[in-house]
Design a protein around this ligand. Structure first.
Ligand SMILES: Nc1nc(=O)c2c([nH]1)NC[C@@H]1CN(c3ccc(C(=O)N[C@@H](CCC(=O)O)C(=O)O)cc3)C=[N+]21
Length: 301
């Protein structure tokens, strides 16, 4: 029997209805949630993603500030932009689109963002919070995957989860989030020997490798849940994930499509984090998470 489809577009749509209500409540109290998106350079893919984020803001009533810097903008310029946004009380979330041009140090930029506005969850403080199991801004893509998994009704505790890809923005945080939920987590990566030997054991297989066609049915356990985080543009213009969807869906119990799976959820969770930040700024929700702890300024050598 073919797998059931986990529809990220539909779930996003549903969640965004609730977001509009939360924005309305905030606006009633005089708070207009605001998200700043900084894009350095003009990569085509980044433009599409940033465009989707801005669209989602509009859809939910979040004010968005799109700051486009030229590809040769200096690191100092990017840092100055962040400083300005850190100090701007009308901005509740700051996102610097990755990847950045090679002359800019990603770590310096991410550590410059106020931990209170780090809606991507990429600041070291938020990464540390995730490691210790009390995440403040969970990174958007793994956060979205977690909600997609929830819709299947499966309890991940005790399940074999295999994550393919060990990036800082998807694979590693994904593994940590599911470990927190008591799954048995394996993280595979480019140097993993005999990938299929690991993936075949997965009750839940999450693939974020950026390699079209990487996962074939022989590597998938019958009845597994398959989450495809990959987004690959083929020469013919088609967008596909890392999983051979048509073949694998005959073996899986649940599967996410690309597009329309994880991608829209990434954007949706960005809005969720921005609303949480705005609510927290207003003290509409418990702000104990930060425990009045002032995050240290991290200085790079
Ligand atoms: N600081 C930072 N934060 C990010 O969250 C971040 C980033 N940098 N850099 C790049 C990745 C990628 N990303 C996506 C956003 C939207 C879709 C999306 O909307 N996908 C749709 C359409 C895809 C398309 O048309 O190309 C879909 O899958 O259905 C996908 C991927 C956010 N990222």
């Amino acid at each position: 029997m073919a797998a059931r489809i986990i529809d990220g577009k539909a779930l996003s749509k549903q969640l965004r209805v609730g977001f509009r209500e939360r924005v309305a409540r905030l606006v009633e109290q005089g708070v207009q949630p605001g998200l700043a998106v900084i894009l350095v350079g003009d990569s085509a893919a980044s433009k599409v993603y940033v465009g989707n984020k801005i669209k989602a803001c509009e859809e939910c009533g979040v004010r968005s500030l799109h700051i486009a810097l030229p590809a040769d903008a200096s690191e100092a310029e990017v840092l100055a932009t962040i400083e300005r946004l850190n100090a701007d009380a009308t901005i509740h979330g700051i996102l610097v689109q990755l990847p950045l041009p090679a002359h800019i140090q990603v770590a310096r930029v991410l550590e410059a963002i106020s931990v209170h506005k780090d809606v991507d969850g990429f600041h070291l403080y938020n990464v540390g919070a995730l490691v210790t199991g009390n995440s403040i801004f969970p990174p958007c893509t793994p956060y979205g995957v977690q909600l997609l998994l929830d819709t299947t009704g499966i309890d991940v505790a005790g399940q074999n989860v295999v994550v393919v890809g060990a990036s800082n923005i998807v694979g590693k945080p994904m593994g940590l989030m599911l470990l927190q939920r008591e799954a048995t987590v394996t993280i595979c990566h480019a140097r993993t020997r005999d990938l299929g030997q690991h993936t075949i054991l997965a009750d839940i297989l999450i693939v974020a490798a950026g390699k079209p066609g990487l996962i074939v049915p022989e590597m998938v356990k019958r009845g597994a849940i398959v989450i495809d985080v990959g987004i690959n543009r083929l020469d013919d213009g088609r967008i596909v994930g890392d999983v051979c969807f048509d073949a694998v869906k005959e073996k899986a119990s649940w599967i996410t499509p690309v597009p329309g799976g994880v991608g829209p959820m990434t954007v949706t969770m960005l809005i969720e984090n921005t609303l949480r930040s705005a609510e927290r700024a207003f003290k509409a929700v418990d702000s104990d998470e930060f425990q009045d702890w002032e995050a240290p300024t991290v200085r790079s050598p």
